[in-house]
Design a protein around this ligand. Structure first.
Ligand code: GLY
Length: 275
């Protein structure tokens, strides 16, 4: 079974911005699902889909990233699959932070690389330079989870962080368990207020609630969101093909890609949907 869920960030979306986000998400879902259909892995699919969202300039990641207090831009991203994770923080050398996170996972002995060292690796690997197209996006982190034909799960996230952050600030997105997590049975990723998400670890919590406590996936997600106690959204996918989304922020645009179709939805505050 092949399946993907993507989100474009939880937050206070204006309706015009939401329309643009949904069209980027649809295209990202097409790209990710095509990757799966062409024999790509769940990891390939999430990295391709998130790379497109980073490139779009419409969402708060990559070229669309928000600015910090000094007018600068710095990116965080993470990926996880098959018991391994890779992440980057405070990246300034490339818009393609999710690809850099994959390089950290596959090509270095580390899990998290930050600042100058991450930038140097991006340049060495020839990743495209960072040009910011807006810096004004109101939304949060983007993310994707996928299940491939071989029953493997992957999760990926990317973000410009929060608007008006202090230069040097790093959020939840590159922290395994907080911004993303892929366990044996569940892949999930989060979006929302990073400081609270780091402390609550909602992605790790989702796996615990589903795998160890036996909660239905949507119930596990809303409980994990509520543990954050600040604007937050989560998407998740299980090895059995169950998919769910939940948010306690105003809106979270999502796409669900299956063999038969791509479905677009806007999840609203307090909802916990089986998809
Ligand atoms: N969730 C993104 C951040 O707080 O950096």
């Amino acid at each position: 079974m092949k399946l993907m869920v993507l989100h474009g960030g939880a937050g206070r979306w204006e309706s015009k911005e939401l329309d643009k986000a949904l069209s980027v998400l649809r295209r990202a879902a097409e790209i990710g699902f095509k990757t799966l259909s062409n024999g790509g892995s769940a990891l390939d699919a999430v990295v391709e889909a998130v790379s497109f969202m980073e490139y779009s300039g419409v969402l708060n990641a990559g070229r669309g990233s928000c600015r910090d207090l000094a007018g600068g831009v710095s990116l965080d991203a993470g990926v996880m699959w098959m018991g391994r994770a890779g992440a980057v923080a405070h990246v300034k050398a490339t818009w393609n932070a999710v690809k850099l996170a994959r390089i950290v996972m596959e090509g270095t002995p580390h899990v998290l690389l930050a600042g100058d060292g991450a930038d140097e690796l991006a340049r060495k690997k020839g990743l495209p330079p960072l040009e910011v197209v807006t810096g004004e996006v109101n939304s949060d982190t983007v993310g994707a989870v996928a299940l491939d034909e071989n029953g493997r799960l992957a999760s990926a996230v990317s973000t410009g962080g929060i608007r008006g952050k202090m230069p040097g600030r790093v959020g939840d997105s590159p922290i395994p368990g907080a911004g993303f997590w892929t366990s044996r049975l569940v892949a999930s990723c989060s979006t929302g207020y990073g400081e609270a998400i780091i402390m609550a670890q909602p992605c790790r919590l989702t796996s615990i609630l589903y795998e160890e406590k036996g909660l239905p996936l949507s119930k596990a997600l809303i409980n994990a969101c509520e543990a954050v106690k600040a604007p937050c959204g989560l998407i998740a996918l299980t090895i059995n093909g169950e998919a769910a989304a939940s948010t306690i922020a105003d809106f979270m645009p999502i796409a669900i890609a299956r063999e038969r179709d791509i479905k677009m939805l806007v999840v609203k505050r307090g909802e916990a949907l089986e998809l």
